[in-house]
Ligand binder design. Sequence first.
Ligand SMILES: Nc1ncnc2c1ncn2[C@@H]1O[C@H](COP(=O)(O)OP(=O)(O)OP(=O)(O)O)[C@@H](O)[C@H]1O
Length: 241
Amino acid sequence: MSGTVHLELSGVNAGYRAASVLHDMSFAVETGEIAAIVGANGAGKSTLLGTIAGLVRPTTGKIRFDGTEIQNHRAHDLPERGLVLVPEGGKLFPFMTVAENLTLGAYTPKARGAIASRMEEICEIFPILKERRDQLAGRLSGGERQMCAIGRALMSSPSMLMLDEPSVGLSPLMTERVLETVARLAKEENLTVLIVEQRVTEVLEIADRAHILDHGRIVKSDRAQTLLHNKDVRQTYMGLN
Ligand SMILES: Nc1ncnc2c1ncn2[C@@H]1O[C@H](COP(=O)(O)OP(=O)(O)OP(=O)(O)O)[C@@H](O)[C@H]1O
């Protein structure tokens, strides 16, 4: 971590036509930090990522990314600025090959010029993608699909990656592998990561900081290691004593 603020939300309220979901959301993520968002089902975690990614428009408040206000930006402009979202389930194109899905991630003008070399780098990070390169994405296992989705997001060489529940549908072992790779990426590529995850113990083990979301509000923020040993957090979110 550099101590530089990469992403900052201040006083963000957002939701859908009939429901306001996020209330007065304020927090910051530093460059190179892995920040985790933890909370019960329906707490607003996906809405939070969607709001940052430009898919849900905040009603009030500011979102700054790399010092620029982005709350009015459109979703498809943000990867060019270095901010990408891996949605829940990965949302790959099942009838396209792994290589074609990866290529789609390089749609920004900057990335388009370096597709082959970036794909090589992604295949080094996720060797299984090299093996499965010409296979239809719909035929991948859950873990491979998640790796392909993360790989596709990395094709535009972002500075910040947002991940929405990468463990969905994965075995505990595969979850660990995916999270370990995310941790390695943050370290080696100085990538900032904001990750929403139901597997609380596992994500707190790789995160630097975590924010607990309850009914659309951040109720606790602390170092991940501190929260990992917090009695209330262990009982409420990990089912542990
Ligand atoms: N497109 C939508 N239109 C209307 N309401 C929505 C929409 N998406 C989510 N909601 C509502 O917003 C609230 C927060 O949902 P959200 O998906 O952000 O929570 P979450 O913490 O990600 O939950 P989960 O862990 O179950 O995925 C819920 O009450 C949900 O019903």
